[in-house]
Design a protein around this ligand. Structure first.
Ligand SMILES: CC(C)(COP(=O)(O)OP(=O)(O)OC[C@H]1O[C@@H](n2cnc3c(N)ncnc32)[C@H](O)[C@@H]1OP(=O)(O)O)[C@@H](O)C(=O)NCCC(=O)NCCS
Length: 218
């Protein structure tokens, strides 16, 4: 997956997805990730008022646009504190996840549950670096599980990663070649985007204040 930045200006400009594009938005709102903030962005793709954007959820909780909204893009939401991210794609499943850095997992048992044996074996030895490495791995896995629409109904340790390379996935996610990941690093946060299309182009859209502006890579 390659990444470019094209910042749209003006809240009313119609947003259009080019072939193979994924657009990543920073949700600017006092409640980032709220339905209103998400609807305001998706309305720009649909050419309708934000108030007319209707959401549904599939059986596993993945939010979707109501078919009454017409041809609807796919999207994924993640929020961490005041930062909300929205990934939008047309013909490919997409997932995004963000977590704040600098937290030591409350229970390292979580780490054992989420990582494979090989992934645990390459964690740094000092606790703070290990926590950051764990969170980096966690957002990649969660982005992938969200793109597949399964969320945490599938155990993250059934996905094995080496960096952003996908080494193993459970059968319900298809094959390792079915997916691609890209890392994003935001100030004090880590994030990842997953998609079905390895040739997808990720574009950063909207306004990204320096406090949240991401760079690509770990
Ligand atoms: C969604 C999930 C993967 C992670 O959420 P999180 O890290 O706490 O929070 P994030 O902000 O990153 O993501 C939340 C968003 O993910 C999306 N989401 C929820 N279920 C999803 C699914 N199955 N597939 C894709 N996206 C999903 C929703 O948009 C949700 O925000 P919303 O409720 O406002 O619509 C997790 O909460 C989950 O799987 N929930 C489904 C219920 C479930 O299986 N629970 C088992 C727990 S062991």
């Amino acid at each position: 997956m390659s990444v470019t930045t094209t910042f749209l200006s003006g809240p009313s400009i119609r947003a259009r997805l080019g072939a193979g594009e994924i657009h990543l938005w920073h949700l600017q709102s006092s409640r980032p990730g709220s339905r209103g903030a998400v609807a305001a962005v998706l309305a720009r793709y649909l050419g309708i008022a934000a108030a007319d954007v209707r959401f549904t959820r599939d059986a596993r909780g993945k939010p979707e646009l109501d078919v009454r909204c017409g041809a609807a893009p796919r999207f994924s939401i993640s929020r961490a504190g005041q930062v909300g991210l929205l990934a939008v794609a047309e013909e490919t499943q997409v997932g995004v996840d963000i977590e704040p850095l600098g937290r030591i997992p409350a229970r390292w048992a979580v780490v054992r549950e989420a990582l494979t044996e090989r992934e645990r074996s390459v964690l740094p030895t000092d606790e703070s670096s290990a926590a950051d490495a764990f969170l980096r791995s966690w957002v990649r896995k969660e982005a992938l599980l969200k793109a597949a629409g399964v969320g945490l109904s599938v155990e993250p340790r059934l996905v094995e990663l080496r960096g952003i390379e996908i080494v193993a996935v459970p059968s319900e996610l298809g094959t390792t070649e079915s997916w691609a990941l890209v890392d994003l690093t935001l100030p004090r946060h880590v994030a990842a985007v997953a998609t079905e299309n390895p040739r997808a182009v990720l574009r950063l859209h909207g306004e990204w204040p320096t406090s949240v502006r991401p760079r690509v890579g770990a």
